[in-house]
Each structure stands twice: as C-alpha cells, then as structure tokens.
Design a protein. Structure first.
Length: 103
C-alpha cells in the first residue's frame, strides 16, 4: 500500500490540515475541505483495491464529514452571506488595530 493513491492521500491530508491550521479565512478552509474530499475518495479507492475495509469505512464517513464542510464553507447561500459579512468586519477590525498600533 504505497502507490500513488496512498501518497496523494497522505500528502493531501497534510496540506489540507495545514490550510485549516493556518487560519487564512473561511474560503481557504472551504478549499481545504475540498482537498479532504479528494483525499477521502483516494483512500476509499485504495482501500477497495487492497481489500482494507477499515480504511474504506473510515474514509467513507470522513467523506461525508468533509462534504458537509464543503457545503458549510463554500456552497451554502446563507453561509456565503455570513462569510462576506465576516470578511468586511475582519477588514474593519484589522484597520482599527493598525490605527491603534500607530498611536
């Protein structure tokens, strides 16, 4: 079990987790969930090809969780409005902190 699917799964999971840990904003987190979805699919394919059902079951459940994350962060119309509002507020807060630091 060290073929291209497994390497993609391993590296992709590290990159996606790093994207979330960097806290670059909700859109980046949403794209990290997209990457997690692709990783889950790769692990499911690998698990099926290698008859490792625990990997298949685990990643099928993770696929559902990650798909929910994609919906929450990128696709939900209500969440999109919330993200836009949060980004506006974050920009205002950043400006305010910069002004305070300059004083």
């Amino acid at each position: 079990m060290d073929g291209p699917l497994e390497w993609f799964g391993a590296i992709g999971a590290i990159v996606a987790a790093g994207m979330i840990a960097m806290d670059l904003g909700r859109r980046w987190t949403g794209w990290a969930f997209v990457l997690f979805v692709a990783v889950s699919v790769a692990w499911i394919a690998s698990g099926l090809a290698n008859s490792t059902m625990p990997i298949v079951v685990q990643n099928a459940l993770l696929l559902a969780v990650n798909a929910w994350g994609v919906w929450q962060y990128l696709l939900s119309p209500r969440k999109k409005r919330e993200i836009e509002k949060q980004e506006e507020l974050a920009a205002e807060a950043k400006d305010e902190v910069a002004k305070e630091a300059a004083d």
